[in-house]
Design a protein around this ligand. Structure first.
Ligand SMILES: Nc1ncnc2c1ncn2[C@@H]1O[C@H](COP(=O)(O)OP(=O)(O)OP(=O)(O)O)[C@@H](O)[C@H]1O
Ligand SMILES: [Mg+2]
Length: 311
């Protein structure tokens, strides 16, 4: 390994390069490259069967690759060093229903060589303090998910690999969950999470990696993806009652919902269009700028990949 590459390995908690995995005739991952540095929260998104869970299991060392290289804190996946630093929340987490939350977390702490006396503090961190002494069989889905998260937080991991961690959580729990990730990232942990909930991913992660049929078709910040996709921005203009037709004609927009006028423009035309709208003076009551959502961007990149193009 050259010095340059060694530097990169040591400054990133996770590096994948050219990772390929096949299951019989099916290519689950096709030359995937991805790096996650300390403090970064990266979302892995993609359709069912895109390869997200497979990628995560490779990072954990649970399944092998056919080709390519993976390093976790400079070490091989599944090695002692890697296992010491990585936490994993699997897609379908299951715990023994007869054990209480506290007993479960204590057991996992012992398995990881940690002092089990910290179990209660960990349960309080995921808001399960009050339910700690109840059997897991009596927990709701969201509570079981939080036990999974408490298990993943044992031993201050430097890389958290979370497979659809918020599925089954209600909106408040989701927000609290992301708040917790923010704290961990601020402490220097790397976070790789998969999700189908694009709105929360859009707001709460630093970078978005899009997998489509095993290929990584995009890996960038939301604003970087927006720039590359170059999808139209929509402007929703509320005209003063009686002025909607004139405003629609002036802006070459289309009317909807009584006094509303909508228009679409390229991202770099947005300021000029806003200037024109402001020039209409009292005819306009309000304007709202709607940038393309992650869902639009995701469809864009997935479609290009499905058509066989290079995004
Ligand atoms: N052990 C296995 N044997 C055979 N095929 C597998 C195996 N594991 C995964 N696959 C296949 O690899 C592809 C990727 O699966 P994977 O579970 O990684 O998708 P995913 O992106 O996590 O999907 P989802 O959003 O549904 O969880 C799928 O076509 C799946 O059927
Ligand atoms: Mg999956």
């Amino acid at each position: 390994m050259t010095d340059y590459r060694m530097d990169r390995v040591l400054t990133k908690n996770l590096i994948l390069s050219n990772v390929t995995k096949t299951f019989g005739p099916m290519t689950a991952l096709d030359a995937v490259g991805l790096a996650v540095g300390p403090g970064e929260r990266v979302a892995l998104i993609g359709h069912n069967g895109a390869g997200k869970s497979t990628l995560m299991k490779i990072i954990l060392g649970l399944i092998s690759t056919d080709a390519g290289e993976v390093t976790v804190r400079g070490a091989a996946p599944g090695s002692g060093v890697a296992r010491q630093h990585v936490a994993y929340l699997p897609e379908n987490v299951a715990f023994h229903p007869a054990l209480t939350g506290l007993e479960t977390v204590r057991t996992y702490m012992r398995l990881k060589g940690e002092d089990p006396s910290g179990a209660m503090a960990l349960l309080e961190r995921v808001d399960l303090g009050a339910a700690a002494k109840r059997r897991i069989g009596t927990y709701s889905k969201g509570m079981r998910q939080r036990i999974g998260l408490a298990q993943a937080l044992i031993g201050h991991p430097r890389l958290l690999v979370l497979d659809e961690p918020t599925s089954g959580l209600d909106p408040v729990s989701r927000r609290e969950f992301y708040n917790m990730l923010d704290v961990l990232a601020a402490e220097g942990a790397s976070i790789l999470l998969s999700s189908h909930a694009l709105t929360e991913v859009e707001a709460r992660t630093d970078r978005i990696a899009i997998l489509s049929r095993g290929r990584l078709v995009a890996d960038d910040t939301l604003s970087g993806l927006r720039r590359r996709a170059n999808l139209p921005t929509h402007l929703h203009v509320r005209a003063r009652p009686g002025s909607a037709d004139a405003v629609a004609a002036e802006l070459s927009g289309w009317r909807y919902n009584g006094t509303m006028v909508e228009l679409a423009c390229a991202p770099d035309e947005k300021l000029a269009r806003l200037g024109t709208i402001a020039g209409l003076g009292a005819q306009v009551e309000d304007v709202e700028v709607i940038p393309p959502s992650l869902e639009d961007i995701y469809s864009h990149f997935s479609q290009i990949a499905a058509d066989g193009g290079t995004p």
